[in-house]
Ligand binder design. Structure first.
Ligand SMILES: [Zn+2]
Length: 575
């Protein structure tokens, strides 16, 4: 009866969230027949509709604290999101009398129950707590609607505080319709997932999606990779993105000679955006979760960059870890960026080649030269500056990329082509995996000495610690590269007042000055592409009661060495 009922309801109804009662019954019937060794924590996830709103019901079974108070972790604040308790619906203990208390401050759900109870069955309902549409700021909250869900471990699964270390976990999705995709960091399309001896930290950093996601799968040396995406993409086809992913992962794993990851997935969620394009990604256990603006300003080139940069962090940043976080961002971000450009060009990912490499290196050089903090010491790239100031947040990428480029060329030159920075990277990787070596400045300098002609410590001190720019012109001459000494670089040409509503000062002779912008103007509209010399700045200001509109390209000529994009240069750089 139950089977027929489920089937019929499902067949006749587009909305799968209506069939929760019969399927829940089915799940119970099925599970009463399965007498298996008990897992430490079992989660049974089911679609439900509460007040005609689709939600997720999560029933968990786990050991009780014999003292009578069992605490579950569920952060109220995480990943820049506040009030995550707002996503919690009805909560109740199922197998014992007791009380459920919310402790938002400590991110805990406290269960009060009789002493001596061995197991607890607890049920809670999770809902989407916003209805103003998906946007970049909403991505890190649970998204649950009639067609799909998208959530991260910490805002989906409560975890008993006593369950540290490793646990056996079961995720039971059997209440979902057959054609409802179930896909996450631990597998794809499995109705019952057994996570044996699961590291709870890894469990806590995962992505879970379901619904109308499409899953594209492939194989790299016997290891499964997949892309899960949904919606109608404007800028590209699923297959094109999957191909970039497959090629990127293959090249990166070959580069590190590391094919140890048995399962890896990327989730790609579209969101609407009217102006400009944006994308973001989060590296997680066995996975990378991205959200990408779905419009024609977005293109596959951005995915090529995103995958190559972010997936490289699996090795640089994750396996090779910084000794002291921001202090080594020149390495974890800068060297990642350099290998992003180098690997894309060397492996012709998405048809790109040495031209792309030279273009990206030139752009990075211009960015560093245009930066108002381009020469500050490394110690100023600290937490506060990095997270609160655009130019500081970019500095380790730019400085580190150019530093890596310089080292790569020099090592090739010194070793007469026998070695390159690749060898240094493999060396660091070996030390990280076999000796748990962290990337510290002392370690890096020591290691580099054997690839250098002496004096690397002083060189490092000057260009990383003190932040002085490298002499690229000298390098270009040594390498016999064709180059120019002058270039357009970005200059906004004026400064906003603190509240950004007025013009505080204008650089005389700048493009902003030539356009007519003056100190004291009150700004009522603006369009500025920070760091971009190809997009016009548009400004609407009020002056003496009059409305004025200005537009100009934010550039200035500067002495900035740039490599020419020639076949000769490409060859000399190894492409
Ligand atoms: Zn990065």
């Amino acid at each position: 009866m139950a089977f027929l009922c489920v089937y019929r309801v499902y067949q006749s109804n587009q909305s799968m969230f209506k069939r929760v009662l019969p399927t829940a019954l089915l799940a119970i019937i099925l599970f009463s027949c399965h007498q298996k060794a008990e897992p430490d924590i079992r989660y049974v996830i089911a679609p439900v509709v509460v007040d005609s709103i689709p939600q997720l019901q999560i029933k968990m079974t786990f050991p009780a604290n014999p003292e009578g108070t069992t605490v579950l972790s569920f952060p109220n604040e995480a990943w820049g999101q506040e009030k995550l308790f707002g996503t919690l619906g009805k909560m109740q203990l199922l197998n014992v009398e007791g009380a459920v208390e919310k402790d938002a401050e400590n991110g805990q759900i406290v269960l009060i129950h009789p002493k001596g109870v061995k197991k607890l069955e607890f049920e809670y309902v999770l809902k989407q707590d916003f209805d103003d549409g998906l946007s970049t700021i909403r991505i890190y909250r649970p998204i649950i609607n009639s067609t799909y869900f998208h959530a991260f471990s910490h805002n989906m699964f409560m975890v008993p505080e006593q369950a540290a270390g490793h646990q056996n976990i079961i995720l039971d999705w059997s209440s979902f319709p057959k054609d409802y995709t179930v896909h996450n960091s631990f597998g794809s399309q499995e109705r019952v997932q057994e996570l044996k001896d699961m590291d709870m930290d890894l469990f806590g950093n995962a992505i879970f999606v379901g619904g109308d996601f499409r899953v594209l799968s492939g194989d790299i040396q016997g290891n499964r990779i997949s892309l899960a995406t949904r919606g109608e993409w404007v800028p590209f086809q699923d297959e094109d993105v999957f191909q970039v992913l497959e090629r990127t992962l293959t090249c990166q794993r070959n580069f590190w000679n590391d094919h140890s990851q048995e399962y890896f997935t990327v989730t790609m969620q579209p969101f609407p955006q009217e102006n400009g394009s944006s994308f973001q990604g989060t590296g997680l256990t066995n996975s990378f979760a991205t959200s990408v603006s779905n419009n024609d300003l977005t293109d596959i080139g951005q995915m090529v960059y995103l995958f190559n940069h972010e997936l490289m962090h699996n090795w640089i940043g994750h396996t090779i870890t910084n000794g002291n976080e921001e202090e080594q961002y020149w390495f974890s971000e800068g060297f990642t960026e350099y290998y992003t450009f180098k690997n894309i060009a060397a492996n012709h990912i998405n048809g790109l080649d040495g031209r792309f490499f030279i273009d990206e290196m030139n752009r990075t050089i211009r960015d560093l030269y245009a930066s108002s903090v381009g020469d500050v010491p490394n110690s100023e790239i600290n937490y506060d500056h990095f997270w609160n100031n655009y130019e500081y947040s970019k500095l380790p990428y730019w400085r580190g990329t150019i530093f890596a480029f310089y080292l790569d060329q020099k090592i090739k030159q010194i070793s007469k082509g026998q070695q390159s920075l690749d060898d240094v990277m493999h060396h660091i990787y070996r030390d990280a995996t076999t000796k748990d070596q962290k990337l510290t400045h002392d370690y890096f300098v020591d290691l580099m000495e054997s690839y250098w002609n002496g004096g690397f410590g002083t060189f490092f001190q000057k260009h990383i610690e003190e932040g002085q720019k490298l002499d690229l012109e000298d390098l270009f001459i040594e390498l016999d590269l064709a180059y120019s000494t002058e270039s357009d670089i970005y200059e906004l040409g004026f400064e906003f007042t603190e509240d950004r509503k007025g013009i505080k000062s204008v650089i005389e002779g700048s493009k902003a000055w030539e356009a007519g912008i003056r100190e004291g103007d009150a700004v009522f509209s603006r369009s500025i592409w920070q760091g971009n010399i190809e997009k016009e700045v548009e400004l609407g200001v009020k002056r003496n009661g009059e409305q004025l509109h200005f537009s100009f390209y934010p550039v200035k000529k500067a002495k900035v060495p740039q490599m020419e994009v020639t076949v000769g240069n490409m060859e000399k750089l190894g492409f």
